[in-house]
Ligand binder design. Structure first.
Ligand code: AP5
Length: 187
């Protein structure tokens, strides 16, 4: 039963690869960024609270994101596996996820970490042009990643779940590399 987490800085290709892989494996692609953007566009209570943080490229407060992901992981389609993209985003979220999965008798097999040089990321995102893809906000998202999300690499390395992949290659090549990694047994 595939349960995978995509980790990596903004713009490394987490969403691109997670959505392809989810389709191939027949499990839901659960992106906290997509869920939050949907909430913002529907102007739900969550969306109204989250918008200012997202506009600045800051993390949305943990309590908002955690309850959102908790609900999503309890839905029927998540029982056959899932691919998380954009969650967890800091050590507190990772600890909550670990407890949540234990309570659901679920286990994440691999944490897939895509790596891409910073200047390649900036060019990719400027080219994409989402609302939070202005240069100032991109650079803040990258700084937030370094300060708050990068410590998760050591967190998952210590649990022997971390697999690092070069994301600075054509989309098809990255997908192939991911496929090979997933065929290998855990350390
Ligand atoms: P989120 O939506 O998660 O954005 P992000 O992490 O900044 O990631 P991106 O979507 O920018 O990049 P990606 O790695 O998915 O790359 P993609 O495949 O799109 O979060 C947005 C905001 O929501 C956060 O800032 C925060 O406010 C909030 N948030 C979300 N989760 C949260 C959480 N857990 N806690 C608190 N707050 C949270 O690709 C990028 C571009 O590159 C695309 O144009 C794509 O076509 C292109 N591309 C992809 N792969 C390649 C390749 N191999 N070669 C060339 N181009 C490529």
């Amino acid at each position: 039963m595939p349960r995978l987490i995509f980790l990596g800085a903004p713009g490394v290709g987490k969403g691109t690869q997670a959505s392809r892989l989810a389709q191939n494996l027949g499990v839901p692609h659960i992106s906290t960024g997509d869920l939050l953007r949907a909430a913002v566009s529907q102007q739900t209570i969550l969306g109204v609270k989250a918008q200012a943080y997202m506009d600045r490229g800051e993390l949305v407060p943990d309590e908002l994101v955690v309850s959102m992901i908790e609900e999503r992981l309890k839905e029927a389609d998540s029982q056959a596996g899932w691919i998380l993209d954009g969650f967890p985003r800091n050590v507190a979220q990772a600890n909550v996820l670990e407890q949540l999965l234990a309570s659901l008798s679920q286990h994440c097999e691999h944490v897939l970490n895509l790596e891409v040089p910073v200047e390649v990321i900036v060019q990719r995102l400027l080219h994409r042009g989402r609302a939070d893809d202005t240069e100032a906000v991109i650079r803040n998202r990258l700084a937030v990643y370094q300060a708050q999300t990068a410590p998760l690499l050591a967190f998952y390395q210590a649990r022997h779940q971390l697999r690092t992949i070069n994301g600075n290659a054509p989309i098809e090549q990255v997908a192939e590399d991911l496929k090979h990694i997933l065929q290998r047994s855990p350390d």
